[in-house]
Design a protein around this ligand. Structure first.
Ligand SMILES: CC(=O)N[C@@H]1[C@@H](OP(=O)(O)OP(=O)(O)OC[C@H]2O[C@@H](n3ccc(=O)[nH]c3=O)[C@H](O)[C@@H]2O)O[C@H](CO)[C@@H](O)[C@@H]1O
Length: 372
C-alpha cells in the first residue's frame, strides 16, 4: 500500500483534486491522505462538503498576510512530511499551497506529482504570482500531468523529459461530469438565460476590477431584461468595488460564493460568461456557453483557438462592446456555443491513476525524487 499525500488549500484545488482522491481511494494499491492547508476557509469547506471529503489533516492557518500563512504552513507541512514514509505528494495548479506542498516535499525527498502541469503565459507578472509558481513547481516535479498537448509541449520546451509528462485532460471535467450525472444538472431556463460574471484575479485588483464592474453596469443598464448573476469572491478587495458599483442595479444579483452544484446550474443556465477564472473557462464549453475572458493574456489559448472563448481584456468600453457584439450577431454567438471543449473528456483521473500505479509499483521513492 502506498501512502499518498494530497495537498490542497483553495476552492479550485479541492474541485480539481476531489475526483482523483476518490479514484485513488477506490484502488487496492493507494492510501490517499487529504491535507487542507487552510489557505481558503469557507469557500474550501463548501467544496469539501460537496465532494464528500473529510480532510485527514487540517493545518492551522497562521496570521492574515500571505507571508504569515506561508511561513506557518511550511513548518506544519514539513512535520507532516517527516512523520510517515510517503510514496508521493500530489499537488494541483498554481496556488501558494501548491507551491508550498511541492517545495516542502522536494526538501523531504518525496516525489511530487503535479496535476494541471504546463500552463504558461510566459509573463511572470500575469497571472501574478501564479505563472512564477507554476514554473518553479515544474522544476522540482517528478510526474507532470498536463491537461492538453500544448501544455505538454511547453514542458518539453523547458527541457523536461517526455517520459515524465502525460497528457490527461483537465480533472475539472471529471469533477463536472460527476456532478452533472449524479446530481442531475439540467438547463432549467427557457430562452436566453442570464449573464454570469465572476472576477477575482490578483492582477485585476484595483482599477481593472472597477473597470470590469463599470462594463457590467453598462450592459445591465442597456438590457434591463437581461438578468446578471455575479457570485462575489469573499476577498474584501473584490467585495468593495463590486458592491459599490453594481449594488443598486435592479437586474444585477450579487450573491455570496456558490457551492459547486449551484455554480454548475448557474453555468448551464447562462447565456454568456464574463470571467477571469481559469476553471470557469474550462467548464463553460462543456455546456456550450461562450466565455469572454476578463484578462489581456491567457494560459488557456486552446479555448480561444477552438472558438469557445474570446479575450475581452479589462477595459470597460471593450468588454461592453464585445457583449453587445454577441447580443446582436446570432451566428457569431452560435459558433462559440458549438465549438466544443478542448480541455478534456472526463477521463483525466483514470489516466493519472494508471501512470502512478505503474510507476509506484516499479520504482523506489529515492530514485523517483531525482529530477532529470
Ligand atoms: C491563473 C489561473 O487561472 N489559476 C487557476 C486558479 O483557479 P481559478 O481561477 O479557476 O479559481 P476560481 O475561479 O476561484 O475557481 C473556479 C472553480 O470554482 C467554481 N466556483 C466558482 C465560483 C463560485 O461561486 N462557486 C464555484 O463553485 C467554478 O465552477 C470552478 O470550478 O487556481 C487553480 C488551482 O490551482 C488553477 O487550477 C487555475 O489555473
Amino acid at each position: 500500500m502506498h501512502d499518498i499525500l494530497m495537498i490542497s488549500g483553495t476552492r479550485p484545488e479541492v474541485i480539481k483534486l476531489a475526483p482523483l482522491y476518490h479514484a485513488l481511494r477506490a484502488t487496492s494499491w493507494a492510501r490517499p491522505c487529504w491535507l487542507h492547508t487552510g489557505q481558503h476557509d469557507a469557500m474550501a469547506r463548501q467544496m469539501h462538503e460537496c465532494f464528500d471529503i473529510l480532510p485527514d489533516v487540517a493545518l492551522m492557518r497562521g496570521g492574515e498576510s500571505l507571508a504569515e500563512f506561508s511561513a506557518r504552513c511550511r513548518l506544519q507541512l514539513d512535520a507532516i512530511l517527516a512523520s510517515r514514509n510517503w510514496s508521493l505528494t500530489v499537488v494541483q495548479g498554481d496556488t501558494e499551497s501548491t507551491y508550498l506542498g511541492a517545495v516542502t516535499s522536494f526538501y523531504q525527498r518525496v516525489p511530487v506529482a503535479h496535476v494541471e502541469a504546463g500552463l504558461r503565459t510566459g509573463n511572470l507578472q500575469r497571472p501574478f504570482p501564479e505563472e512564477g509558481l507554476r514554473q518553479m513547481i515544474s522544476r522540482i516535479t517528478r510526474f507532470h500531468f498536463a491537461p492538453t498537448d500544448r501544455a505538454a509541449a511547453a514542458l518539453h520546451d523547458e527541457g523536461i523529459d517526455a517520459s515524465q509528462v502525460t497528457v490527461t485532460g483537465n480533472t475539472v471535467i471529471d469533477a463536472q461530469q460527476w456532478v452533472v450525472k449524479h446530481r442531475r444538472i439540467r438547463r432549467s431556463v427557457k430562452g436566453r438565460g442570464h449573464l454570469l460574471v465572476t472576477a477575482h484575479r490578483r492582477e485585476n485588483w484595483g482599477s481593472d476590477m472597477e473597470a470590469i464592474c463599470r462594463a457590467v453596469a453598462d450592459v445591465a443598464r442597456r438590457h434591463p431584461d437581461l438578468p446578471v448573476l455575479f457570485p462575489v469572491h469573499l476577498n474584501p478587495v473584490v467585495q468593495r468595488p463590486v458592491h459599490g458599483i453594481l449594488g443598486g442595479l435592479d437586474n444585477v444579483l450579487l450573491t455570496p460564493p456558490m457551492d459547486y452544484l449551484q455554480m454548475q446550474q448557474a453555468l448551464i443556465d447562462a447565456w454568456l460568461v464574463l470571467t477571469d477564472s481559469g476553471g470557469l473557462q474550462e467548464e463553460a464549453p462543456t455546456f456550450g456557453v461562450p466565455v469572454l475572458v476578463l484578462r489581456n493574456e491567457t494560459e488557456r489559448p486552446e479555448a480561444i483557438e477552438r472558438g469557445c472563448a474570446s479575450l475581452a481584456g479589462t477595459q470597460s468600453e471593450r468588454i461592453a462592446a464585445q457583449v453587445e457584439a454577441l447580443w446582436n450577431d446570432r451566428d457569431a454567438y452560435l459558433r462559440m456555443c458549438h465549438a466544443g471543449n478542448p480541455f478534456g473528456d472526463g477521463n483525466a483521473c483514470s489516466h493519472i491513476e494508471r501512470v502512478l500505479r505503474h510507476a509506484l509499483g516499479t520504482a523506489d521513492a529515492a530514485s523517483m525524487a531525482t529530477v532529470a
